[in-house]
Design a binder for this molecule. Structure first.
Ligand code: BGC
Length: 405
């Protein structure tokens, strides 16, 4: 008998507390969307109903930990936001742009760059996703060059050639934080790195910095500076892979692209310029008027992987390229003071890399527009010079402007 009373008592308490829970839940107010509203409309209603959504859409610059390198170096993750909701995340490892969330024509954000969620991915072998590439971006033929009659031998990490700064380029080092905050120009993170004399074979101690600035008018600006104590060569760029429909959603062949160049540097089978700058007119290389990337890619052996000679000639900030993705409406305009841009269509992506949100990156899943000096310039006296002298300042800027149509 006693046991039965206890069981009844326990059951009664359980029923009372459960009905209490139900009552509590019922009092929680859900943001209401009109019956029959579309998914977009519901999403629009939801953030307005939540006060914290407003906080996210403020200009801000924050820092958190992104983990440690295998040799125990602390790696940071910086987040820059603006009031349109654009969010750029940058890590001190390789000064890599980890993600870039940008609104589509309905205001819906998507991350438009390929990469990894965690530091681990960037520590492994990967094709320079989002990285700052240096000391010399792109290729140097036969991994060697001469300055004042002295030959400098570099790592041959791309067959017999040198690619993107060597075995441990600027994409694989930890950059030091110099500045982080909201300034007049926008949300800013500035990092620096000292590349020692002889590092990867290059002469001179090179003190470099890279600054990412996210502005209120939806521009992500990357500026680079460097100084040396010995004559050297420098060519820095950012190696982001873009898909304006959202990373990992498919290939980029449907994007419309304009490149403000009527010539490109012809290359040999090792992708080293021959020295000839060829006119694009009447060829699949012509993007002087907007064309979809996929419309003629089949006629270009291996896909696009070419340096375009910008009409501006470099030296002043000018329009280099404009990309438009029709399903999302996202538009990206690139302005640079560099004389060239490498247009690369992710030809070597082959499904072997699993990136952010578990997405598998297949061929042509991203495109790069790497603003730069021409490949192999240290061995091509007719190309714009990449030599940096002691006392001189290397200073260059590239701006990515986002909008929709
Ligand atoms: C080069 C490609 C290379 C890719 C990834 C691009 O800048 O032009 O040839 O495969 O980077 O390394």
């Amino acid at each position: 008998m006693k046991a039965r009373v206890w069981i009844k008592l326990v059951l009664a308490i359980a029923v009372i507390s459960m009905s209490g829970c139900e009552k509590k839940d019922a009092t929680v107010k859900e943001p209401k969307a009109k019956p029959g509203a579309t998914l977009e409309a519901i999403q629009e209603v939801t953030p307005k109903a939540k006060p914290e959504a407003k906080e996210i859409r403020q200009m801000s610059a924050n820092k958190e930990s992104f983990g440690k390198t295998p040799d125990g170096k602390q790696v940071d993750l910086y987040t820059l936001t603006n009031t349109s909701g654009i969010r750029a995340r940058i890590t001190s490892f390789g000064a890599i742009l980890v993600s870039l969330e940008v609104p589509d024509r309905n205001g819906k954000l998507a991350d438009i760059t390929l990469g990894f969620d965690k530091l681990d991915g960037y520590l492994g072998v990967h094709p320079y996703f989002g990285a700052i590439v240096g000391r010399y971006a792109n290729r140097i033929g036969k991994a060697a060059f001469k300055l004042d009659g002295v030959e400098y031998k570099l790592a041959a990490n791309n067959a017999e050639n040198h690619l993107h700064g060597g075995i441990k380029g600027f994409d694989k080092v930890v950059w030091r934080l110099e500045d982080l905050g909201v300034k007049g120009a926008g949300a800013v993170v500035k990092m620096n790195y000292i590349s020692e004399d002889g590092e990867e074979g290059y002469p001179g101690n090179l003190a470099c910095s890279v600054t990412y600035t996210l502005t209120e008018d939806d521009k992500l600006q990357i500026s680079y500076e460097a100084e040396t104590d010995k004559k050297t060569v420098v060519n820095l760029t950012n190696h982001s892979y873009f898909n304006l429909a959202g990373q990992g959603t498919g290939n980029i062949l449907g994007h419309e692209l304009m490149i403000n160049a009527d010539k490109y540097t012809v290359v040999d089978e090792g992708l080293i310029p021959t020295g000839e700058n060829r006119n694009v007119k009447g060829t699949p290389m012509d993007f002087t008027t907007p064309m979809t990337i996929g419309s003629r890619i089949g006629q270009v052996e291996g896909g696009y992987d070419h340096n375009y000679v910008l009409k501006s000639g470099g030296g002043t900030l000018a329009l280099a390229a404009k990309a438009y993705e029709p399903t999302s409406g996202r538009v990206m305009e690139i302005h640079t003071d560099q004389p060239g841009v490498q247009f690369y269509t992710g030809n070597f992506l082959d499904g072997s890399v699993t990136g952010k949100a578990g997405k598998v990156y297949q061929k042509n899943y991203g495109f790069c527009l790497e603003t730069q000096h021409f490949p192999d310039s240290p061995n091509k006296p007719d190309f714009p010079s990449v030599v940096l002298f002691p006392g001189q300042k290397y200073s260059t800027v590239t701006v990515y402007k986002f909008s929709t149509k």
